[in-house]
Every structure is written in C-alpha cells, then in structure tokens.
Design a protein around this ligand. Structure first.
Ligand code: CAA
Length: 267
C-alpha cells in the first residue's frame, strides 16, 4: 500500500507529520533558538497534538523528537524566573504533563543533543528512548535554585537507581547517551544521522501489532510502577512549588538569564 506523508498542523512550536511510516505519526518540537525550552504554549500544543493523535485511527504509534542540537533544554526559565510559589500553583503546568502522561498509544522519544530538566523528564515520560551518540541527559535544576518538578526525582530514580539519580539531581551533572544506555534509561544509542530513522523503524514495527493489544500492554507495563508514582509525583510537585518561595530561586534563574554565576544565600 502506498502511503502519503502528510504535514497536518499549523501550531507555532510543534510540527506534526502523519504516515512518516505506516501507522506512525511524528511530532517535532520546534523552538530551536531557545533549544526547545518548554514554555507553556509549547506544552499546551504538545498536549493537544497527543490528544488528537490518540483519537486518530490512522495512527498507532507516535514518535516525539527535537532537533540535532536539543531534544529540549528544560522548562522555560525565562517564563518562570519571577514567579512566586502561588503563581506556579495557579498556572498548574503539571496538569498538562499529567494529560501527556496518559497518552494511550506508544510514545517513542528520539533524542539528540540536550535532554535536560523538563526535557529529560519529557523523554522519560515517553515509553522508550532512542538516543543519538550526542545526547546528554540531566536534571540541572539544582544549579538554578530549584529541583525537578515534572517527574525527574521519581522516574530517574526508578531508571538509574538511588545513588546515580541522587548524584545527578544534587549536582546537576549530565550523563552521556552511552551512560544512559548502560543504566537502562535509553533503549538504543545510534550515530546522530540515524536516531530518527531508528525511532521511526521501532515505531513501524510496533505499528504492525494489534493496536488494542498494544494499548493494553502499555497500560499494564506502566501499572507496574504507577501506583507509587502518583504519590511520588504529588510529593515532588509540592516541593517544586516551595522552591519558588526562596530567594535562591530568583537569584539562580536571574543569574542564568544574565549569564553570570549565581550567589546563593540559602534563603
Ligand atoms: N529556558 C529558557 N531559555 C533557555 C533554556 C531554558 N531552559 N535553555 C536554553 N535557553 C536559551 C538560552 O537562554 C539562550 O537564549 P539567548 O540566545 O536568547 O541567550 C539559547 O537558549 C541558547 O542557549 P545557550 O546560549 O545557553 O546555549 P549553550 O550551548 O551555551 O548551553 C545549555 C546549552 C547547557 C543547555 C544551557 O542553555 C543551559 O544550561 N540551559 C538551561 C538548562 C536547565 O537549567 N534546564 C532546567 C530548566 S528548569 C526545569 O526544567 C524545571 C522542571 O523540572 C519542570
């Protein structure tokens, strides 16, 4: 059967292409100037795109990617820098993340370059990760006076184990694609020119299976840790908001924007 590749959307920060492979849709994050920093509009568009594709019978598997330099360098620091804890609570960005997490069809992240903070968390929210050799994973929030807020403390710990997760979360260090693969965070590491092809290929293979069985199987695998995840995410979220009550958060994010070293006072 011959299938046309269709570009289908007009969103600002997301590009959707259907039938990249039979039954496969591709979503590209597209804010390249800001290394695909995840602002509220982008995340809203991503949520809407996933909801539409989830309801579309011509799509069985979804691949999510960025560009060669960045999958996503985290939540948008410029958008959060002057927010209070109550502002953050009211904005309630994580309800969008909750809906993304509930996508029923398999979601494969094709990661090259930076997958940091919310970017790493978004990749981990996907069901599988194919990485290019240049990919870098990390939770550097500690360097800007906050902590992971979109599942990092929970999912990274489950994937890497406590010691390594603690190291990454408390130092903000990055790990390479190869190291992430050794820890089981990533399914496969391939040369940079192959990562998208490899992810689409995996999606095509899964797209040949029964969509009903695929959905049920995904749900069951996720169930193996979700009971505890809900509690963990709730706990993490409260602490993330609390960090916005600190002067250190203001200082850390301001210093990033002004391209200088932060001066933390522990307040
Ligand atoms: N938010 C907003 N803007 C960002 C950004 C982010 N997370 N990451 C990068 N950018 C912007 C930079 O400000 C810069 O914009 P200008 O050209 O207007 O100055 C542009 O993208 C390019 O970035 P750099 O010049 O810094 O590029 P680099 O190659 O020198 O460094 C980097 C790349 C190491 C990824 C560096 O950009 C960086 O450290 N980014 C921030 C990473 C981070 O702290 N992420 C966590 C965010 S908080 C979070 O995600 C909370 C959560 O859990 C939900």
């Amino acid at each position: 059967m011959f299938i046309f590749t269709q570009k289908v959307n007009t969103m600002d920060f997301i590009k959707i292409t259907k039938n990249k492979e039979p039954n496969v849709a591709l979503i590209e994050l597209s804010r390249p100037k800001d290394l695909n920093a995840l602002n509220l509009q982008l995340m809203g568009e991503l949520k809407d795109a996933l909801r539409e594709l989830d309801a579309d019978d011509s799509v069985r598997v979804i691949v999510l990617t960025g560009n060669e330099k960045a999958f996503a360098a985290g939540a948008d620091i410029k958008q959060m820098a002057d927010k209070s804890a109550i502002d953050m609570l009211k904005i309630d960005q994580f309800s969008t993340w909750d809906q993304i997490r509930k996508t029923k069809k398999p979601l494969i992240a094709a990661v090259s370059g930076f997958a940091l903070g919310g970017g790493c968390e978004l990749a981990m929210t996907c069901d599988m990760i194919i990485a290019s050799e240049t990919a870098k994973f990390g939770q550097p929030e500690i360097k800007i006076g906050v902590m992971p807020g979109a599942g990092g403390t929970q999912r990274l710990t489950k994937a890497l184990g406590k010691a390594k997760a603690m190291e990454l979360v408390l130092t903000g260090r990055f790990i390479s694609a190869e190291e992430a693969h050794n820890y089981g965070l990533v399914n496969k590491v391939v040369p940079v020119e192959m990562y998208l092809y490899e992810a689409l290929n995996l999606a095509k293979e899964i797209g040949n299976m029964s969509p009903v069985a695929t959905q049920l199987a995904k749900e069951a695998v996720n169930r193996s840790f979700e009971t505890h995840l809900d509690e963990g995410l709730y706990f993490e979220r409260k602490n993330f908001y609390l960090a916005f009550a600190s002067e250190d958060q203001k200082e850390g994010m301001k210093a990033f924007i002004e391209k200088r070293k932060p001066d933390y006072r522990g307040k």
